[in-house]
Design a protein around this ligand. Structure first.
Ligand SMILES: [Zn+2]
Length: 75
């Protein structure tokens, strides 16, 4: 009888360990995704002052510009 209880307890411990490892991996994945979604540094448009991701900005002589028609660098 005590042997049966031992196996039941062992099964619970194993299931708990599997769940623990699975949730740790899921959290790691979530953290990586969150860091990726932040999209890196933000820059300020030198003309109108709006903040935008550097990937969306246009490099100009005086810094970065947003893509508004009045802000795009000429030439
Ligand atoms: Zn601008």
């Amino acid at each position: 009888m005590s042997r049966l209880i031992f196996w039941i307890v062992l099964a619970f411990v194993v299931l708990f360990a599997i769940r623990l490892v699975g949730s740790a991996q899921a959290k790691k994945r979530r953290d990586r995704n969150a860091a990726g979604n932040l999209g890196g540094p933000t820059v300020r448009c030198a003309n109108c002052g709006v903040f935008l991701p550097r990937a969306d900005a246009v490099k100009a002589r005086d810094g970065y510009r947003c893509r508004e028609p009045g802000c795009l660098p000429k030439g």
